[in-house]
Design a protein around this ligand. Structure first.
Ligand code: SF4
Length: 435
């Protein structure tokens, strides 16, 4: 079903048949829901994540990343939190800055990049780490699982060599038999059958799913507090993907590990994560509890991503791709970076500096027309949420108003159709390394 402008109503909509429903959130230990209304009182907290709960394992505040020669920052004002046992999703198109944000937890930046802001992992100021302290942090505190497990393993060495090296990195003490025994335990822990035999095998003898389990076993070998999963299941078939997702869920439940889950699949993120952050052009544009994002997306880009995702009942109607292309680092934006692709764009958007506008209950979206997309659909005098002090006021106003009537209603994108008019591409170039 679409609205009068051809857009699918989002608020209150039921996920389509075939869509993967949110399911994992109840399992998180240590992740407490934020008090209702806290976002209004604490806009910064709204931008970073739910307030309250356990101390964050990953706490990024106002992270920016400038790259020489780039027309815009690689990252701008990115703030997020991951708490123990929590799964936080990071979604967006290629080049949106997802991987770059995740790698900040390891202080891994492109050559020449200048980071600003704060990145703390388990209380440690990562950007201040140097030398041996930085090496130890990268080896033991944070582990990263990539899309292609073969890239993480030396093709001519045995699985046992890989795990032995990881255990040595973690400072595991013991003789050869003890190390081997621990390696077998790790492989058994990630569900590999016949783990003793796997130690003697080389990567080409194992399937992609088995290799990803080996990589996760390597991550567990160092006992990381924080796990970064960068498209870790994207290359796997659907049944293996489900097994790996289940394994990661078990890891975070049993070890209290925080998980930053990076994916381009918004529906997967909504199904698997506790909270989801949406990135565009190096900025966070929406941050919500996963189910709210799935059933009631507020930012036009989030809605566009959902409309791009095929579901069984919409297969006949086809998907609605977001027009234009993701911006490159050669594109500078005097205002909202989504203007050229947004169905609701107005001339003022080209001058509006994006900033988080708190949403009722928890979360935020960075859109100056957010008040117009509120549940009652009322046109707000404070619609231009970005004009100086009125920006915060409009956000708070929206929270208060919605707090009086929390029931979700239709989200109407009232502006016509720059989208339907198929505006030209944002840029013809592609961005590298900022995915
Ligand atoms: S309505 Fe304007 S401010 Fe909001 S996302 Fe679209 S272009 Fe950006």
């Amino acid at each position: 079903m679409t609205d009068t402008h051809g857009h699918r109503p989002a608020a209150g909509a039921q996920p389509a048949a075939g869509a993967r429903m949110p399911s994992a959130r109840a399992e998180q230990p240590g992740a407490e829901p934020a008090p209702a209304g806290s976002a209004a009182a604490e806009p910064e907290a709204a931008a970073r994540g739910a307030s309250g709960g356990a101390e964050p394992l990953l706490d990024i505040v106002g992270l920016g990343l400038e790259l020489p020669g780039a027309a815009r920052p690689l990252l701008a004002d990115v703030s997020l939190r991951v708490r123990p046992g929590e799964v936080v999703g990071l979604v967006g198109e290629s080049g949106s800055g997802k991987s770059t944000t995740a790698k900040a937890a390891l202080a891994l930046f492109p050559d020449g990049a200048r980071p600003t802001g704060e990145v703390r992992v388990a209380g440690t100021d990562v950007l201040a780490l140097r030398g041996e302290a930085l090496r130890a942090h990268r080896a033991r505190t944070v582990a990263m699982v990539h899309q292609d497990p073969r890239a993480a393993l030396n093709p001519v060495r045995r699985v046992g060599d890989f795990l032995t090296e990881r255990l040595a990195l973690a400072g595991f003490a013991g003789n050869r038999a003890a190390v081997r025994g621990r390696a077998v335990e790790l492989l058994a822990e990630v569900g590999l059958p016949d783990p003793a035999r796997r130690l003697r095998q080389r990567p080409h003898e194992l399937s992609g799913g088995m290799l990803q389990r080996v990589v996760i076993a390597g991550a567990l070998a160092v006992g990381p507090r924080l796990l970064l999963a960068d498209e870790a299941t994207s290359a796997l078939d659907v049944t293996t993907q489900a097994e790996i997702l289940d394994l990661l869920r078990t890891v975070r439940r049993e070890h209290g590990t925080g998980l930053l889950f990076i994916t381009h699949d918004l529906q997967l993120a909504a199904a698997y994560c506790d909270r989801v952050l949406v990135m565009y052009a190096g900025r966070l544009v929406e941050h919500r509890p996963a189910e709210a994002l799935f059933t009631d997306p507020r930012h036009p880009y989030t809605r566009g991503l959902l409309e791009c995702s095929p579901t069984l009942d919409e297969a006949a109607a086809g998907v609605r791709p977001i027009p234009g292309r993701p911006p490159s680092l050669a594109d500078a934006f005097p205002g909202c970076p989504f203007t050229a692709r947004c169905p609701g764009a107005e001339p003022e958007c080209e001058r509006w500096q994006p900033r988080p506008v708190p949403l009722p209950g928890d979360g935020m979206a960075a859109c100056r027309r957010l008040a117009e997309y509120e549940p009652d659909g009322a046109e707000s005098g404070g619609a231009d949420a970005g004009t100086d002090a009125r920006g915060a006021a409009a956000g708070a106003e929206g929270v208060e108003r919605a707090g009086a009537d929390p029931s979700p209603g239709p989200v109407a994108v009232s502006a016509p159709a720059r989208r339907d008019a198929a505006p030209g591409p944002v840029s013809g170039t592609t961005e590298g390394g900022a995915g």
